[in-house]
Design a protein around this ligand. Structure first.
Ligand SMILES: *Cc1c(COP(=O)(O)O)cnc(C)c1O
Length: 448
């Protein structure tokens, strides 16, 4: 990155100065379009219907392969829970009243993979497995997919390899489902990936390869090694339509859950959704799905760590996946697993740029404080990255977004997407909680 370019950019986009200094910022997306203004996207609602149908074809297999899915007949879905005590606590801490109702989308409890990656990651592997089996005439879409749990299919899939680069959670989802189907699966982990995730993966039969560098490096090494094998398939988090569609299906499920709770979504009852963002695939897929389902009545926001604003810098400068936070001298060091990403998804970001309302960044300490507050107010423990959306209502209320859109704050239904947590070992979670507690108390002392 030539220095002169950088200086010009800072002039053109004044926010970039604060981003480079790793200060928390809130960016409202000026490229956002009304749904009626959008001509065409690389994916559409029919792709979402197809993706949902694939999940249903695989449901009998999933129920058989994973006993934890028996009670939902093989459907992988999470609860939507109102969190009034947390909303109240946040209103007190941040002193802003009348902020509407707040719900947690509990992907922290998603079965099998314990994070939002259960949506995209598992979907992409199932899609590939089905395609292989149908190509070789071993399977037809009308069959009961329970047969995929048989040794015959495991032997068949064992000729093929699947690779993935990951900071942790994507690796878990791809590793677990691929090994279960019988694939040879290799997970290329970045240096920041947690030890327990590597151990868990090995225990499930995946091969774990560790790299010194960050996520980008793990992906690039994994991509090269996997493609060297003619029977290798790489799940490419930097450019995947299948991951994206797997995530998007969440919107159909959420619509049903809101209806069951009698929560209206219309022009006078807008839905605000806050999603923690790494490469932008999961929040992008979810945002796309929600926009297809709720149109302009849903407002989607992404959240990134101040040290890893990959999607924000990509969108703001218009350079998308061509720019990395390292080009701006930002270190991409954060304790928020899954968000420690320096470069955005080439597939998801141009779509999100039309659909999302904005992005805000936040500091790691704030993630831990929120983790602690959610624990004491609602008795729910989620991983640090998954807390990022909790501060969304407050951050957006500090901008002129609501005024410009003539939205009454009290009319909003807020959905905070909790993206991971259930697989985090107890002692690790206790450590997060204690850290959050210490930070929360320190803050009170400093302010008091
Ligand atoms: C992966 C992940 C995200 C972000 O998803 P991207 O597709 O990388 O944007 C958020 N939270 C958690 C816990 C994750 O594992």
């Amino acid at each position: 990155m030539p220095f002169s370019d950088l200086n010009k950019w800072i002039q053109d986009y004044p926010l970039l100065g604060d981003i480079i200094n790793m200060k928390p910022v809130t960016w409202i997306n000026t490229s956002h379009k009304q749904m009626s203004e959008i001509k065409s996207l690389p994916v559409n609602i029919h792709d979402m219907y197809d993706a949902e149908a694939l999940w249903h074809r695989f449901a009998p297999y999933l129920a058989k392969a994973f006993p934890e899915l028996e009670k939902t007949n093989g459907i992988i879905e999470s609860a939507l829970r109102e969190i009034p005590a947390m909303a109240k606590l946040l209103n007190e801490k941040k002193s802003f009243p009348d902020s509407g109702r707040m719900f947690l989308k509990c992907d922290n409890e998603l079965p099998v993979a314990g994070s939002i990656k259960a949506r995209g990651g598992i979907y992409e592997v199932l899609h590939y497995a089905e395609q292989l089996a149908i190509e070789k005439k071993l399977l037809s879409p009308e069959d009961n997919y329970e047969v995929l749990a048989s040794d015959r299919f495991k032997d068949f899939f064992s000729q093929y390899s699947i690779g993935v680069g990951s900071t942790g959670n994507l690796g878990l989802s791809i590793g677990i489902i691929s090994a279960k189907l019988g694939f040879n699966v290799s997970v290329y982990m970045s240096a920041d990936a947690k030890e327990w995730k590597k151990n868990l993966l090995r225990s499930k039969g995946a091969t774990v390869l560790e790299f010194e560098g960050d996520f980008e490096e793990a992906i690039s090494k994994g991509r090269t090694a996997t493609h060297a094998n003619p029977k290798g398939y790489f799940v490419d988090d930097e450019n995947s339509k299948h991951l994206f569609l797997g995530y998007s299906v969440a919107a159909f499920r959420l619509k049903k859950q809101l209806e069951e709770l009698n929560v209206a979504v219309d022009s006078t009852h807008p839905l605000f959704v806050y999603s923690p963002c790494g490469v932008g695939g999961s929040p992008g897929g979810v945002a796309f799905g929600l926009k297809e389902v709720f149109g302009d009545n849903v407002h989607c926001f992404f959240v990134e760590p101040t040290h890893s604003p990959a999607v924000l810098t990509g969108m703001l400068t218009g350079k998308m996946e061509k720019i990395s936070v390292h080009d701006l001298g930002i270190d991409n060091r954060t304790e928020a697993d899954g968000l420690a990403v320096g470069r955005c998804s080439a597939f998801a970001t141009p779509i999100s740029k039309l659909l999302i309302s904005g992005i805000y960044t936040m500091e790691d300490d704030e993630l831990f404080r929120l983790l602690y507050w959610l624990g004491i107010s609602e008795d729910i423990l989620i991983e640090p990255s998954a807390t990022a959306g909790l501060i969304g209502p407050h951050r957006i209320s500090q901008t002129d977004y609501l005024r410009n859109h003539q939205i009454d704050p009290a009319s909003i239904t807020h959905i905070v997407w909790a993206t991971g947590g259930i697989l985090v070992p107890d002692d690790e979670m206790k450590g997060f909680f204690q850290k959050g507690k210490a930070l929360a108390e320190q803050k009170v002392r400093m302010e008091g």
